[in-house]
Design a protein around this ligand. Structure first.
Ligand SMILES: Nc1ncnc2c1ncn2[C@@H]1O[C@H](COP(=O)(O)OP(=O)(O)OP(=O)(O)O)[C@@H](O)[C@H]1O
Length: 257
């Protein structure tokens, strides 16, 4: 068998699973421009045919993640990684299959999602904390730590529409880690952070890992994934083509010499 052919066995379930993804598919309808001929045919055939392309972002995906595991979700652009994280987080629903999650989930999926542009950083900490399941008293108790970790004290009473993407990331990451989640989802978070903040986030991610939390990390930084993750799941055109040790998974993504 070619080394890069699919290497996936049916995922085994365990009592320890915190995430179970079973036969999940997600389709998107892509609008596109049409030729005059296509439009005429569409009109003449009683407008029965679809004027959109159906696109399978995820196609029959299954995997289980046991408690305490750090999993890198890998794949080239458009392979379905972010869509998978959105389904796990519950912001999007699958068209087919099921996703079961056990425990408190938090994460950074789209930096700035859950933030209201017209509210200040301080107000958004409360809003975002509440969205992530914290009570007001819990946010009060964690507030100073959240702001200190983000290092944006100076701008905390500024409306977040004036924030840079790095500032958004700082506040969003800080709130998310302070919710004390059992499962932490991270989508390319480090891309917009500067080097010192990236290092700080990575240290915190290592701490979460060491304390037995489960993490799912989407990243194109293969060195980071290899160093940080126990396991890699590689998606290709919406299908799982590899599920196994992180070092082997990243090999599939590295350009061949
Ligand atoms: N809301 C949407 N509507 C239509 N198509 C979408 C939507 N979200 C994602 N897609 C499409 O689904 C495919 C998978 O997207 P996804 O963002 O999950 O890929 P990805 O693996 O995270 O890619 P990247 O590495 O570029 O971030 C892409 O072709 C994308 O255009």
């Amino acid at each position: 068998m070619n080394e890069k052919e699919s290497q996936v066995v049916n995922p085994a379930q365990s009592e320890n699973d915190v995430i179970r993804v079973e036969d999940v598919s997600k389709v998107f309808k892509l609008r596109r421009t049409h030729t005059l001929k296509e439009s005429l045919v569409w009109a003449l055939t009683g407008r029965r045919a679809e004027m959109v392309n159906i696109f399978h972002a995820l196609d029959d995906v299954s995997f289980n993640i046991p408690s305490g595991q750090t999993v890198g979700l890998l794949g080239f652009n458009g392979s379905g990684k972010s869509t998978m994280l959105k389904l796990i987080s519950g912001v999007m629903r699958p068209d087919q299959g099921s996703i079961k999650v056990r425990g408190k989930i938090a994460g950074l999926i789209e930096v700035g999602a859950g933030f209201h542009p017209d509210l200040t950083g301080r107000e958004n900490v409360y809003l975002n904390g509440a969205i992530l399941g914290m009570t007001e008293a819990e946010i009060d108790a964690a507030y100073d730590d959240i702001v200190a970790f983000s290092e944006i004290e100076q701008f905390i009473d500024t409306e977040v529409k004036f924030y840079s993407s790095g500032m958004f990331l700082r506040l969003a990451f800080s709130v998310a880690v302070h919710t004390n989640p059992d499962i932490f989802l991270i989508d390319e978070i480090l891309a917009v952070g500067d080097a010192p903040f990236q290092r700080k986030c990575l240290d915190r991610i290592r701490e979460l890992r060491a304390s037995g939390k489960s993490l799912v990390i989407v990243s194109h930084d293969l060195n980071m994934v290899e160093e940080l993750c126990d396991r890699a799941i590689v998606l290709e055109k919406g299908k799982v083509v590899f599920d196994g040790p992180a070092a082997e998974g990243v090999k599939r993504l590295r350009p061949e010499d």
